[in-house]
Each structure stands twice: as structure tokens, then as C-alpha cells.
Design a binder for this molecule. Sequence first.
Ligand code: SF4
Length: 216
Amino acid sequence: MTKKTERILQGLREAYPDVRCELNFETPLQLLTATVLSAQTTDRQVNKVTEVLFRDCPGLEALLALSEEEIAQYIHTLGFYNTKARNLFRLFRQLADQFGGEVPRTMEELTTLPGVGRKTANVVMSNAFGIPAIAVDTHVFRVSNRIGLANATTVEETEKQLQKAIRKDLWSLSHHLLIFHGRRCCSARGPKCEECGISQDCRQRQDEMTGRGEER
Ligand code: SF4
């Protein structure tokens, strides 16, 4: 890991000492469910929905007892709730039928579940099981490519480059730090570069300051 990458991560750690997964959960199944629900919506909205859903149905047995329509009723305030309800209905059954009622721990197995792609699988592996992983969501993609930790046009390539740039034991922490920074400072439309604690090491900021950004 380069000195610059170390400085960037240290700067983010100082800016966000309370960094953590912002989805509320108590079990791997709850995290998996919440992460499937979080596509195209905020963690805050998901937490509101899961507070009621997990209170009424804390485990797989109770979740399996819900019909697709009942799941949809619980989550109807979220975007794409019909698709998410269909995915969860099938996902709970697949967990029971193929995985003995347990959430699997590997990328290969997790991504066989309905509504679960690489990003969701990485979030579950890292936050539920402590397996080093970097989930690249919209914030991680935008922020890491702005800073220069990655220089990629796709999510997959960004994930690979971040895995190379960052020490493995820091992958999960870095994922959370980049999300926090994207939500609180380096937003899509109005990044607060004047207040940013890592602007000295940010490629986009330095390019703008030296006029190189306009040449790209
Ligand atoms: S300097 Fe600006 S663009 Fe760079 S990481 Fe900070 S907020 Fe984002």
C-alpha cells in the first residue's frame, strides 16, 4: 500500500471515527434482507421498514410464513418494492431448500440468490462474517475514482483496483469510509472540496487546482 493511500485512509478515519455499516441488523439473514432492500434507496428508509419487518419476523421461519404480497406490504414505501418482494420471497425459500436455512458465506453461493449481486454479496461477507471484501456501490465507485484510488469505468474494475491498492485487512473498513465520505462530503453533484480533509491527496481536486482537469 502506498504512503499516499495510507494518508488517504488515515484522513478518512480521522474524519469519520464512528464509521460503521448504516443498515441495522442482528443476524446475517437480517443483513442480507436489508441489503437486498437497499438497492436504489437510502439506508434510513430501509431501517424504518426492517424495524417493523424484523420485529414481526426476526428469523427465517417467520419470514417463510409470509406470502409475496405480505412482504410487499411491509416494504411498500421502498422503490421497486414489488420486485424486491418477489426476490425476497424466492430468496427465503432458496435458503431453506439449498442452504439448510443458513446464509452462505461465499461469493459463488451468495450470487445464486435472487436479487443478490456482487455488491450485496460483498456487504454480507464483510459485515456479517468478517471476510475481507470491498463492495463497490455508487458512492465507493464515485469517490474512489475521484480520489484516484482507482481509475476505472466499471464497478468490477474499480473493485479489482481497490483490492490491489488497499491492504486486505483494511478492505472492509475502506468500503465504509468511502461510503461515509461520499454521503457526507464528496457527494455526486456538490462535493465540498473546501472542507475535505483529504483534498491534498485527491486526484480530481489537484487536477482542478492545476487546470489539468479541463484537459481530460
Ligand atoms: S477533494 Fe473534493 S472531489 Fe476530492 S475527495 Fe474531497 S470532496 Fe471529493
